[in-house]
Design a protein around this ligand. Sequence first.
Ligand code: PMP
Length: 318
Amino acid sequence: MPIPATKYIWFNGKLVPWEKATVHVLSHALHYGSSVFEGVRAYETPRGPAIFRLRDHTRRLFDSAKVYRINVPFNEDQINHACREVISQNGLARGAYLRPVAFRGYGEAGVVPKIDPPIEVAIAAWEWARYLGAAEDEGVDVCVSSWQRVAPNTIPAMAKAGGNYLSSQLIGLEAKRLGFVEGIGLSTDGTVSEGAGENLFLVKDGVMYTPGVAHSLLAGITRHTIMTLAKEAGIEVREIAIPREMLYMADELFFTGTATEVAAIRSVDAIQIGNGKRGPVTAKLQAAYFGLVQGKTQDKHGWLDYVDMSAPRAVVAS
Ligand code: PMP
């Protein structure tokens, strides 16, 4: 299924018709992976649509850009405002997945030309179901990939750049080829890193474990949300180096991510995890997560950014 089109994409400061948000084939990012991006979700709540942790996502976009010396020609407030506009002007009241992206565009040739190519920024949004599919509630079958994640001080894993997803593609493609839903990457020291597009949590004897950010992973915003919700529920969370075998010995395993949300894992490399079903800690945190993002429980941390759907029609560039 191709991405379901909405009316407008915000592109370099203006809303343009979906089909007109195009770039030149010689854009720097297309050849050299020089884009930074975010995946953000908006949810339907009793008070209208709300974007979950929008400011944190935008902050991370600018942090990623900083590492690659990409000077985004907008400030964070402008990007946040644009994200809200993309939801309201497309009438996405039932929620959506937002994709802000900033990239080196069409300019001089070369990896590092004398004059930096212009930085282009786009924000699209569309309705997107849960990333790993409906089986999430029962748990998905995953494998450990033969491909490792990038080594520290090679490609920075904490910067969410387009080029990083070559590693994710290798891991994900191998997993699918072998009949698994997703693959887990190990760090170069052989300890657990993360899924191709998700962070990973393990539960053993009532304690939650997840690899620390030095293990070549994206410091997921959902990861942080889940760690916060776990602590609030009185569950101990430890960030440690996780040996591969600890995956197989876990009582529960689950993925977290904006697109994935909270997805139980029922087997790794065809070894059953726990009783082969979503475990109680996973179920509890999944319920807490959906309660929060859907505005059904108290938003203690001010993480919901409500979108005014009655905002006046914006001017659309042709
Ligand atoms: N790791 C990788 C490689 C990802 O692509 C994602 C999805 N952005 C995550 C982790 C989860 O991050 P977040 O919770 O911020 O979406």
